[in-house]
Ligand binder design. Structure first.
Ligand code: ADA
Ligand code: CA
Ligand code: CA
Length: 232
C-alpha cells in the first residue's frame, strides 16, 4: 500500500514538472521567436505570417524562397494588402518571393533591392511609400496584372538590369499626383507590356531611359501628356 502511494506521488510530481516546464515563462522568448516562421525544414524556404521589416540593415536571403502565408492576403488587385518586405534605409537581396501580395515597399532613406525574383507578381511588385532615394537592380519579375512598379511619393529611383514579362505598366507614378520624381530605367528586358512602359501625370517628373527591349510599339512606350522623357 505504501509502495503504491509512493508510485502515485512520483507520477504526480513528474506530471507537474512537465506542465511547469512547458509553461515556464523563461521558455516563452524562444517560443515567440518561432511565431513568424512556419516552415524552415530545408532552410531554403521561409513562410512568413507578417511583413518583414528591414530597418537600417541588409536582409540577405542567400537564395532562399520567401512565401507569404495566405492569411496575409492573396495578391489580387485589391488595394491595401500588406507587403512582403517594408524597407527603411536598408537593402533586401538574394531571394525569390512566392505569394508576394503587395511586394516590396520603400519607406525612405537610401534603400535598395537586388537579385529579387518574383515569378508571379501580386497586386504590384515594388512601391515607393515615402520620399527617398532608391535602387531596384538585377531583379526578375513576371506576371503583373496591372503595375509592376508603383511610385507614391517624391523620389529618385533607378530600375537597373531588370528582366521580366507580362505586365500592364512597368512604372506608374500614382495617378493624379503632381509632385516630382526622377526615374531612371537603365536596362530592362520587359517582354510583353500591355499598356505603357511608364506613366506619370506630373509635368515636373523626368524619366531617363536606356537599353529597353519590349514587344510594345515604341509609340506606346510613354504616357502622352506628362513627364519629360529623355534617352541617355
Ligand atoms: C492604385 C491606387 C493607389 C495606390 C496604388 C498602390 O494606383 O489608386 O491609391 O493604392 O494603387 O500603391 O498600389
Ligand atoms: Ca495598386
Ligand atoms: Ca500596391
Amino acid at each position: 500500500m505504501k509502495k503504491r502511494s509512493i508510485l502515485l506521488l512520483s507520477a504526480l510530481i513528474i506530471v507537474l514538472l512537465i506542465i511547469w516546464f512547458n509553461c515556464n515563462p523563461l521558455n516563452q522568448a524562444e517560443n515567440e521567436s518561432s511565431l513568424n516562421v512556419l516552415d524552415e525544414s530545408t532552410s531554403t524556404r521561409l513562410t512568413i505570417m507578417c511583413t518583414i521589416e528591414v530597418n537600417g540593415s541588409t536582409w540577405d536571403g542567400g537564395g532562399m524562397t520567401v512565401t507569404c502565408d495566405t492569411s496575409m492576403g492573396d495578391g489580387s488587385q485589391a488595394e491595401g494588402q500588406p507587403p512582403t518586405f517594408a524597407i527603411t534605409n536598408g537593402t533586401v537581396r538574394n531571394c525569390t518571393i512566392t505569394n508576394p501580395i503587395d511586394g516590396l515597399h520603400f519607406y525612405g532613406g537610401n534603400s535598395a533591392i537586388s537579385n529579387v525574383t518574383i515569378p508571379d507578381v501580386g497586386e504590384d511588385a515594388t512601391t515607393v511609400k515615402r520620399a527617398g532615394t532608391y535602387l531596384v537592380e538585377n531583379c526578375v519579375m513576371y506576371s503583373a496584372a496591372d503595375k509592376m512598379n508603383q511610385i507614391n511619393d517624391l523620389c529618385t529611383i533607378t530600375y537597373r538590369n531588370f528582366k521580366g514579362s507580362d505586365m500592364g505598366k512597368y512604372v506608374r507614378q500614382n495617378g493624379g499626383t503632381s509632385w516630382k520624381c526622377v526615374i531612371y530605367i537603365d536596362g530592362a528586358d520587359l517582354g510583353v507590356v500591355r499598356d505603357k512602359i511608364a506613366e506619370s501625370d506630373a509635368s515636373v517628373s523626368i524619366i531617363y531611359w536606356r537599353n529597353i527591349t519590349t514587344t510594345l510599339e515604341t509609340s506606346d512606350w510613354w504616357d502622352g501628356n506628362a513627364a519629360t522623357v529623355i534617352a541617355y
